[in-house]
Design a protein around this ligand. Structure first.
Ligand code: CUA
Length: 291
């Protein structure tokens, strides 16, 4: 793609120099000298000139078109799903969810191995979103019932910022995510641990309260089937932010979310759930155990 950019730049520069030189020449040659205005020779209907300024631009544009289409074929992921994707990324109002081939489902943070080109399928659960991790991949719209594919690749380990880039409702601005790129072994180890976790790993009493109050929408392990309603809370304590980046992940903000989610992120799909102060404290303790 860089080569295409350079090519376009060089051609555009040549065209600019030719046009600018013509303008400067005309200015100097035909400028008015004193009061006597001499009109230059007027030419109408020169077939040679007409052909010249039609054929040359047409040839340039056609050439650039062919080169660009070729570059698109090289850099774009195949859109026909002939190869199973390495991860499926789904946009929701207003959060992202990732599904791996071994059944692990996690929201917000997208874990990937470094130095490998991954085929990612982009989907939407509701309205049109746009997946955008500027350092790692091109933008791609997430359109309901019309999955699309992109290549996702990180050369060096690290956390890469991403966001939704298509207006999708009131909290569009807070639909951020991180792509966490890890060396292959670390990533595989993480994936294995997540795949092994079962709901039984949850601590007894608080876990039961969680299932009763929150379990209809939220899972706590990455293996569980997505409810399609709320994001899984697996690994909650490893996240930097809550609600797509709107709040930092602190105990106070978690408590705010438990007490009044609509105040924390107006319009989000989580209803205010009636909870006693004691239940809120117990749930907060339970949430803080989700690593
Ligand atoms: Cu999703 Cu904007």
């Amino acid at each position: 793609m860089a080569a295409v950019f350079s090519l376009v730049l060089v051609i555009a520069a040549v065209v600019f120099v030719v046009v600018a030189a013509g303008v400067v020449y005309s200015l100097a040659r035909y400028r008015s000298r004193g009061l006597s205005i001499i009109e230059p020779r007027q030419i109408f209907g020169s077939r040679k000139l007409e052909l010249l300024w039609t054929v040359i631009p047409l040839a340039i544009v056609t050439g650039l078109f062919i080169v660009t289409v070729h570059a698109m074929v090289v850099i774009d992921a195949p859109q026909d799903s002939s190869r199973p994707p390495d991860l499926v990324i789904t946009g929701h109002q207003w959060w992202w969810e990732v599904r791996y081939p071994n059944g692990v489902v996690v929201p917000w943070d997208i874990y990937i191995p470094t130095s490998r080109r991954l085929l990612a399928r982009i989907e939407s659960a509701d309205v049109i979103h746009d997946f955008w991790a500027p350092n790692l991949a091109r933008k791609m719209d997430a359109v309901p019932r019309r999955p699309a594919y992109i290549w996702l690749e990180a050369d060096t380990p690290g956390a890469y910022a991403g966001t939704c880039s298509e207006f999708c409702g009131a909290q569009h601005a807070w639909m951020r995510f991180r792509v966490i790129a890890e060396p292959e072994q670390d990533f595989e180890a993480w994936l294995k641990i997540e795949a092994r976790a079962t709901p039984d790993d949850a601590p007894a009493a608080d876990g039961r309260l969680f299932i009763e109050k929150c379990g209809q929408c939220h899972a706590t392990v990455a293996r569980a089937q997505s409810s399609g309603k709320g994001p899984s809370l697996a690994g909650l304590m490893t996240r930097e932010t809550l609600g797509g980046g709107i709040l930092r992940n602190t105990p106070e903000n978690l408590m705010l979310w438990l007490t009044n989610p609509q105040a924390a992120k107006p319009g989000n799909r989580m209803p205010n759930t009636p909870l006693t102060a004691e239940e809120r404290r117990a749930l907060l303790g339970y949430l803080e155990s989700l690593r």
